[in-house]
Design a protein around this ligand. Sequence first.
Ligand SMILES: [Zn+2]
Length: 84
Amino acid sequence: MDDILFRALAERVAGYLDGVDRLATAQPSQVGHELRRLSGAWRSLLGQHAPAGRKRRCSGCQSPRGSPAMCAVWRVAGVWFVRA
Ligand SMILES: [Zn+2]
């Protein structure tokens, strides 16, 4: 996946997670806390799987033969968090 497409995906996923954080503020305390916890965990996981290096491979999957395409973590986020 090239950098432009990856950045577009990352912006859409971040927008979704920002929306979850906004929803969290309108929820009862415990529900809001759990929503922020989930979005924080996703942000952390996605950050650990960001493309890196000259070949833009996933920095978290550690596969020397890994494809420069986005890894499974980003594919799941794209399918679940980016709506058409
Ligand atoms: Zn990965």
